[in-house]
Design a protein around this ligand. Structure first.
Ligand code: GDP
Length: 362
């Protein structure tokens, strides 16, 4: 966004009045000031593949837009980028607020950048889709990683359904990979449904946990533990070193009781300290081991194919959703039907059918 222009504008009023969240920053840009150059799908793809970050960012914004004309060009760009997204590792990271996600990702991201890889960090924040505030977005996060020349950080759009956000994140992964980012880190706050969505778009799922609190205290459901390919006990430093080791042993014992996942990989529990940078190399080696194990037994490839099918489903649902709610006739009719619903003169089912009939022109 063109912030400098915004700041100079004489139309800017009252410092401190919060701006309403922008659903589509591209639209805002086009309505003020000079129009930015419009790229064709080919120009977008070429820019992305050549590693141009400005074009990558604009293409991501395009995939986040719900305007039909943006949707089409975004899909064309993604199509062109798809062949370039093979040689990557996609890692999902989750954990409750305060477990140390951003500190860990900063240390971990810098470590992998140091090995010559190019990390991209994408965040999914379910709270932002519900409340338009966010747990993840409000603080300054990953300061060093965000300015590292090999890294790219992008937070999820703060509008739309979780399914829509998941679809957009999957597309962002493809764009980042085509742009040369080979290690994709998808971060989500471990408080809701978003872990399942993240699990369905990554190769490796890492759960961060604290020592000294039972798993129920950490709000982590058993289902999320079952999804983890590795659990890392964070902040294993200073006086917390021994409790962290104890937690490691008890989580490892708990995991033995779970059925072996489809990957055949037995989930591990490790300890680490982002602050003291310990356990980071070992964790990365575990991920590498997982990748070679699942590549050898073909699970890696099979899972990606399965995820492609899930991506198709999400795309269809998201497309239909947009097409329906952006339909001019539906937009006109909806308030009237909603009023009937509020007055109790119609049932929800009948209201939905009336709108659907209108949409399908019955
Ligand atoms: P997030 O909410 O999960 O992203 O957690 P943060 O990364 O913001 O960390 C929460 C708090 O834990 C902060 O005060 C950090 O300084 C602290 N913290 C994070 N990592 C470590 C660590 O490795 N060791 C210690 N001792 N504290 C840490």
């Amino acid at each position: 966004m063109d912030e400098s222009k915004e700041n100079k504008s004489t139309l800017r009023i009252q410092e401190g009045v919060p701006h309403p969240p922008s659903i589509n920053p591209d639209v805002l840009n086009r309505s003020g000031g000079k129009r930015r150059k419009k790229y064709s799908a080919d120009e977008y793809a070429e820019g992305i593949i050549s590693g141009n970050r400005t074009i990558l960012s604009r293409a991501i914004t395009l995939t986040e837009s719900s305007l039909p004309e943006h949707y089409e060009i975004a899909q064309a760009v993604i199509e062109k980028c798809l062949p370039y997204s093979a040689n990557s590792i996609r890692i999902g990271i989750t954990g409750v607020p305060g477990v140390g996600k951003s500190t860990f990702i900063e240390t971990f991201g810098l470590f992998i950048a140091g090995t010559g890889r190019k990390p991209a960090v994408l965040t999914i924040d379910p709270t932002s889709t519900q409340t338009r505030g966010s747990i993840l977005g409000d603080k300054t996060r990953m300061e060093k990683l965000s300015i590292h020349p090999s890294a790219f950080i992008r937070s999820s759009p703060s509008a739309g359904t979780l399914g829509g956000v998941a679809r957009k994140t999957r597309e962002t992964i493809i764009l980042c990979e085509a742009s040369g980012f080979d290690t994709i880190i998808i971060e989500t706050v471990g408080v809701g449904q978003s872990e399942t969505a993240v699990h369905s778009m990554v190769d490796f799922f890492l759960l961060l946990m604290l020592a000294g609190a039972g798993d129920e205290l950490q709000g982590i459901k058993r289902g999320i533990m079952e999804m983890a390919d590795t659990i890392a006990i964070t902040k294993a430093d200073g006086p917390n070193r021994i409790p962290a080791e104890n937690a490691r042993v008890s989580f490892q014992n708990a995991l033995y009781l779970f059925p072996t996942p489809l990957s055949g990989w037995k989930p591990r529990v490790v300890t680490c300290s982002a602050r003291e940078k310990t356990g980071i190399t070992e964790l990365w080696e575990t991920i590498m081991e997982y990748v070679s194990y699942t590549t050898n037994n073909s699970y890696f490839e099979a899972r990606r194919k399965q995820q492609a099918i899930a991506r198709m489903h999400d795309t269809i649902i998201d497309y239909l959703n947009n097409s329906f709610f952006n339909n001019e006739e539906i937009r006109l009719l909806r308030p009237e039907i909603e009023k009937q619903l509020q007055n109790g003169t119609i049932t929800s089912y009948k209201a939905a059918i009336n709108l659907l009939d209108k949409y399908y022109k019955k």
